[in-house]
Design a protein around this ligand. Sequence first.
Ligand SMILES: NC(=O)c1ccc[n+]([C@@H]2O[C@H](COP(=O)([O-])OP(=O)(O)OC[C@H]3O[C@@H](n4cnc5c(N)ncnc54)[C@H](OP(=O)(O)O)[C@@H]3O)[C@@H](O)[C@H]2O)c1
Length: 113
Amino acid sequence: MAGKLDTKVAIITGASSGIGAATAIALAEEGAQVAITARRSERLNEVAQKIEAVGGKALPIVTDISDETQVNSLVRHVHTTLGRIDILVNNAGMGALGTVEEAIQQSGGNSST
Ligand SMILES: NC(=O)c1ccc[n+]([C@@H]2O[C@H](COP(=O)([O-])OP(=O)(O)OC[C@H]3O[C@@H](n4cnc5c(N)ncnc54)[C@H](OP(=O)(O)O)[C@@H]3O)[C@@H](O)[C@H]2O)c1
């Protein structure tokens, strides 16, 4: 596979679904080696299989990005295994739909102040 990102290494967080998975596949299609991370290993492996099916190279690494130790370990692992890091797509997260007051209440805060 030859593309604009040949020789590049990318880390994509939140790559087990949605925007992160689609981004990982798109970067791999352009030739990047992609380290794909999230908490659900089964979903990550499915995305890795899709990447390999289109001729790309994926390195799935289970990581909870809310844990600094796991994030440091992720970066070391990618650098050691793939030799470089050129791109970070820091996509992992979750959306909350609702009002500001509802978000404050869901987080255990007090919306009356
Ligand atoms: N879709 C939208 O309309 C929209 C709009 C604005 C912003 N966004 C933002 O865009 C990003 C992707 O959205 P999406 O719609 O593709 O959501 P999604 O399908 O729910 O994907 C979220 C990804 O984040 C991962 N993730 C969540 N918490 C994590 C954690 N602590 N550690 C590691 N990975 C974690 C999830 O994987 P695991 O559960 O396997 O860990 C999953 O792969 C999110 O940050 C979202 O807030 C989306």
